[in-house]
Design a protein around this ligand. Structure first.
Ligand code: GDP
Ligand code: MG
Length: 691
């Protein structure tokens, strides 16, 4: 029977020994107090131990066994911890609860349970059961500590407690298949104390193994877990230690041997196998354990993987929030410039770097958690990052579009300075530069150019829009240029036609119109070839050339008509007729002014001069060359107007300078002028006679 344990327990006087040692690498912490409260100080303590950033590179071990079986002593020897050991002389009991220390020079969190032997004392079996369950669920290796003489004794070795713990553990955490991958296996390491040696370890091991299987068979398992074997959840290992006092030297060397199995990864009997690891990153251990305690306390029917997922969700969200906050701060810095229409230099590089830093940060801290949750939350994070970056990207494209278009216009303006340019070359060069500039800027702004990123970071549509606008700007420029050129040509026509028309209309020779039309044709021919030579550099289409030439011809004709109108306005034409008449009436054939004498035939001379002059009126009235081959006709396409609001051109009508009524009116006016000269001539003879 369990006499040793019982006698010692009974001898305790239940008074706490040793306060909590100062914080630090060797500090210990009461993670569950005698009120069954879980500490809020575990995370800072883990940090003080220097394990916070250990990731998965740490292990957890706990101990299970009757009171005063030397558990704390063993842990302190194995791991260099500072758990309270019952003082033989004072027989004091340490404070109830679960304690944790960091293993000395090793990344191990060691848990020790302090408590009364409720089974013996008939009190607080609840704490005993819960702390055992907690130890089993949260550690990789559970040391089952027992005296040699307890082996095979159901009561003495706490086997009843173990049965209960297995049962609840299976109910709470056993749902998911506990293969190595989900990190759910646990090693039960039986340490047989005060092994005298008469019964070989192998025999004790066989007894304990049989006991374990018997307990397992007797468990009332949940329906869906009926077929589960002990070996689906647990590995069993066995070791024995000699009597600490009676065989002190062997005890020490065996403890050292056992210690090496916890420390030395090269040891073939190394105990912290990866399969036992719960895959909880060190910085999440506190939260994880608290939740297990919570479940143990409330007996929530949740399994361990779900617990891991809850933890992962909690931590991944936290990590993601931190990463996102820093990222948003960075992204905000470029929001205003983009909204103000600025093309931000190197925006893509900045965005890529913010995004990478955020994701790296998330990956570093979150990748140790439940992979499914980690990946899901990562996708959420990427979506959140891209939601922030996308407006910056599209804003940049819009601004780039605008600035490229402005640069394009400027480029064309610069190119068209002076006279020595080829319009098509200027436009082509500006066009190539504009597209290259946009493409380069847009490519730079792309955050993710992987195939998955294609859809979100597409800039090609914006380039299509830009190309369309560039084309319409170029078209407008070409139209303006063409117009400018046609105006210039028109001015030249005006200049060139002016003198020949003046001259011909002044002389009023019978072939007056022949020479005017000849001059007109020559001028027009020159203008047309000048247009065509320039238009070649404008990339004008044949259609555009035809329209421009038709308009040019019509305008040239109108220039001519305006010139003629100017020279045939009432006052001007009357002046011309008068001049013509005077030349014949007031001057003789030698150009000498006549002095009329009474015997002169004033009437005859007057009639000749008047008739001759009147003959000019029909000549002026219509544009009609003597040589009909010189007659000019505006081609059909020049007659229909292309400009809105203006009427079609009536060429036939434009040949008439004076209508018949107008001609009659002019004739009458001229007659009156001529009559005045006649009267004046007559008077001058009377005057000379009177002298
Ligand atoms: P626990 O807290 O119940 O795990 O036990 P303790 O480590 O506090 O030790 C209880 C008593 O048993 C102390 O007086 C120890 O000196 C003694 N003790 C520790 N290890 C051994 C051992 O291997 N054999 C024997 N016989 N006594 C031990
Ligand atoms: Mg103890």
């Amino acid at each position: 029977d369990s006499s040793l344990s019982t006698s010692k327990t009974n001898g305790m006087n239940g008074h706490a020994q040793n306060g909590v040692s100062p914080a630090g690498a060797s500090g210990r912490i009461q993670i569950i107090d005698d009120e069954k409260k879980f500490t809020q100080d575990l995370t800072p303590q883990i940090e003080r131990w220097g394990l916070r950033d250990a990731g998965f590179n740490y292990d957890i071990v706990a101990v299970f066994g009757s009171q005063s079986t030397g558990k704390s002593t063993l842990l302190n020897r194995l791991f260099g911890t500072t758990f309270d050991v019952m003082d033989e002389t004072k027989r004091q009991q340490t404070t109830k609860g679960i304690w944790m220390c960091r293993g000395q020079d090793m990344s191990v969190m060691v848990m020790d349970v302090e408590g009364t032997d409720g089974r013996e004392r008939g009190e607080d079996q609840d704490f005993e059961r819960k702390s055992a369950l907690f130890s089993l669920a949260s550690s990789e290796v559970l040391i089952v500590n027992l005296w040699e003489h307890q082996v095979g004794l159901y009561q003495g070795a706490n086997m009843g407690l173990l049965k209960t713990v297995f049962e609840v553990n299976l109910g709470l955490f056993g749902k998911k298949p506990q293969d190595g991958a989900s990190g759910g296996r646990t090693l039960l390491l039986f340490v047989i104390r005060d092994h005298i040696g008469t019964t070989p370890l192998a025999n004790l091991q066989a007894t304990l193994t049989a006991d374990m299987h018997r307990i397992w068979e007797s468990l009332s398992k949940p329906q869906e877990l009926q077929d589960r074997q002990l070996s689906d959840y647990f590995d069993l290992a066995f070791t024995a230690l000699p009597h600490k006092v009676l065989a002190a030297d062997q005890f020490e060397s065996e403890v050292r041997r056992l210690r090496s199995r916890f420390v030395d990864k090269e040891n073939p009997e190394y105990l912290f196998k990866p399969a036992y690891h719960k895959r909880i990153p060190a910085d999440g251990v506190a939260f994880y354990m608290e939740n297990i305690w919570e479940q143990v306390q409330t007996n929530k029917d949740l399994d361990l993987p779900t617990q891991q997922e809850l933890l992962a969700q909690f931590r991944c969200d936290e990590i993601s929030t931190v990463a996102l906050a820093e990222f948003n701060e960075q992204a905000k810095s470029q929001k205003r410039p983009i909204e103000a229409g600025k093309v931000v230099e190197g925006l893509g590089g900045m965005m890529k770097s913010w995004r990478k830093v955020a994701l790296d940060r998330y990956d570093r801290d979150a990748s140790r958690y439940h992979q499914g949750v980690y990946k899901r939350k990562r996708a959420d994070l990427i979506a959140a990052l891209d939601t922030t970056l996308s407006p910056l990207f599209f804003g940049q494209l819009k601004n780039l579009h605008k600035s490229c278009l402005i640069a394009f216009k400027q480029e064309i303006l610069n190119g068209l300075k002076g006279d020595d340019y080829n319009f098509a070359d200027v436009v082509n060069k500006a066009n190539t530069e504009c597209e290259a500039r946009f493409t380069e800027g847009a490519r730079e702004a792309v955050v993710d150019d992987s195939p998955e990123g294609k859809a979100l970071w597409a800039w090609e549509d914006e380039l299509v829009l830009l190309k369309e606008e560039v084309r319409s700007v170029a078209d407008q420029c070409r139209k303006d240029e063409t117009k400018k050129m046609v105006n210039q040509i028109e001015r030249n026509i005006k200049k060139q036609i002016s003198e020949p028309v003046d001259l011909a209309l002044h002389k009023a020779e019978p072939d007056m119109w022949d020479s005017i039309l000849k001059a007109f044709r020559e001028t027009l021919d020159k203008a047309e070839s000048s247009y065509l030579s320039k238009a070649r550099s404008f990339n004008c289409t044949d259609e555009e050339n035809n329209v421009a030439l038709a308009s040019l011809r019509r305008r040239a004709w109108q220039v001519l008509r305006v010139k003629i109108d100017e020279q045939t306005a009432d006052a001007v034409i009357l002046g011309k007729l008068r001049g013509h008449f005077e030349e014949r009436f007031r001057y003789d054939e030698h150009g000498v002014p006549r002095v009329w004498k009474p015997e002169d035939d004033i009437d005859g001379a007057f009639k000749v001069a008047k008739d001759h002059t009147l003959e000019l009126v029909p000549l002026y009235s219509k544009i009609e060359p003597k040589d009909s081959s010189l007659a000019y006709t505006l081609p059909e396409e020049s007659l229909t107007s292309t400009e809105p609001g203006s009427e079609d051109f009536d060429f036939e009508a434009s040949l008439t300078i004076f209508s018949e009524t107008k001609a009659l009116d002019l004739t009458n006016k001229f007659r009156r002028d001529a009559d005045a000269y006649y009267v004046e001539a007559k008077r001058s003879t009377v005057a000379s006679v009177a002298q």
